[in-house]
Design a protein around this ligand. Sequence first.
Ligand SMILES: C[S@@+](CC[C@H](N)C(=O)[O-])C[C@H]1O[C@@H](n2cnc3c(N)ncnc32)[C@H](O)[C@@H]1O
Length: 619
Amino acid sequence: VQTLDDPLPTTFWVSPAALVDKIVEELRGNIRSISKSFLRPLRWETEFRAFSINLSRKELRSSSEMSHFRELLIEYSEVGVLWRQEECSMLPAHFLDIRQGDRCLDMCAAPGSKTAQILALLGERNRIEGSHEQALKFNFDEHAGFVLANDSNCKRLDMLIHRIKNMTAYYPYAIFTNHDARFFPTPLQRTFDHDRTQRRYTEVNRSFNKILCDVPCTGDGTYRKNAHALRCWNEANAFMLNPLQLDIGMKAALLLEEDGLMVYSTCSLNPIENEAVVYSILRLCQGSLVLVPPSEYSIVTLCGEEEKFNVRPGRSQWYVNSSLREQYMNRGNFPLCCLEERFDSYSPPQEEEDSLNLENTMRIYPHVQNTGGFFIGVLKKVKPLPERITKVVSQKLTSQRPRDSDTDTPRFLRAPTLFREISQFYNITELTKLLSCGELICFSPGKGKEASHGKKVNFVARSALEAIDRAGDDWNVVNFGLRIFCFDRPAKLRDAFPWRITNECVQLMSQLFEGRFNTTDESLGQSRVIALPTSVARGMLLSPRKSITRERLCEMVTGSGEIFSALPVGGCIFYLMGHSCVFRAFSGYLTTYSAQSSIPDRELPAYLHALRGEDHPWG
Ligand SMILES: C[S@@+](CC[C@H](N)C(=O)[O-])C[C@H]1O[C@@H](n2cnc3c(N)ncnc32)[C@H](O)[C@@H]1O
């Protein structure tokens, strides 16, 4: 209990792997008076390289000596390469054992740290080793898999999308939906017996082989960073949440493919929200799901090995406040999936031997490894659910909400003709290569005959688009695909080409440009790719409107000043001559008299940082 008063260390992970060493080196360089060993790697976490600094968020915020360090953390977070996340909350994504081609569902995803991890894991599994110049470094084909992030709260979902957007390399694998997880659409086949008296429910066309249920909970494991949660504590809260948690868990059990893995987790240590829910899932599924023991994972240990994360076994007995239990049972607060049975989802197993191996769930106690409190159960589906349960879950956990197909359905068009027009204007061969790597789609504001190109073109992994196609109108998709062009024609520039290239697109394409940016490539001279000396780029980014005059630019652009001055108004790409940093290219716009950058303000510090010199992390 005393540990709860101690501040929680600040922890974060870095991805992609190629940047880790440089980022850490630079962070270390910015820790002045305190020992550099304060920044230590979390050794159990080998994927992204996660780190911990023995200062709380508050201490970090108030320390003037750490101000540079803090600014760097923010700068890296803004460009999506560094994620601050509590150490124990990093575990669930790793238990999903993500492989290439996995179809992942994050049922309660916002604010999104675990989605980001799953996405980065899937992205890295799709990395094409030794990919040659002019090829994308990631595979976006039909075998690449996808990550569907769902949340019932629209505002939180928007926040999540906003955070994940700057993971440009991985974003084409992501799909975002807005459903109450209990009612997430189930692709079930309903058939009748030959005499048509009995309906049969069979599981078909499962979409997901990895599911994370990081369910809403009382959060009593977060007291170290959130004192407010302690003040709001109430014994009844866990009893109220238990049926919702169980319903979400049962829906996940139904959606999961055979041999698939499902992780149930909470940031609570209350058995009513943890073991009681897992125990109920196991009982209702009657052997279709089993608990995977922690010994199957090399990252955790029950025996205190130093290199691993220390967990404690789950409980097979717990105390239930019987008056609260009666109160909630009388109120009829049963899980939706078992309404008819008046199912008691709070109570522990009667006998130790009936516990269905609950000791294979994992408890993370704050004092053991200086973290928050957390609970995790990893379940594997070994056979289909019993038909009766399939029927009950699919009948009860089906949304009653009438669908408004005009607002809910994602309407998109594949747009090869539009795309050809855009790539002709930009005259960059790499653009056409994008088309062969994944899918390009436009969101259409109208339907059927009204369908039109809308105002943006997105790049999406084929595997993700296929899943959306298969789901038809079932999924309420809010967002997917990396925005690479947007339609924007200022009133004053009626004749200008209206499709602007986005900064996200330039980052994705710089994988294709590899090598070209390091030389003054003649073939780029004819296109809308403009080479800039570093000093000019810096001047442009530091100016109040992030622009410089065309005249000045013409003087500075080596060799191709004439061609450049004749370029019509419209979008363009700027690249830094001779620079090898990650942010060596960015999108921009040419008006009649000026050239301006389109880098979003929050990303600007990272670009300016990159321009400072060659020994920065982006180098
Ligand atoms: C514990 S948080 C999830 C944290 C998230 N996994 C992460 O790592 O950032 C629980 C989330 O569940 C969402 N939620 C609550 N009830 C839900 C429901 N019935 N269906 C889907 N999401 C729900 C909340 O909006 C909240 O964002």
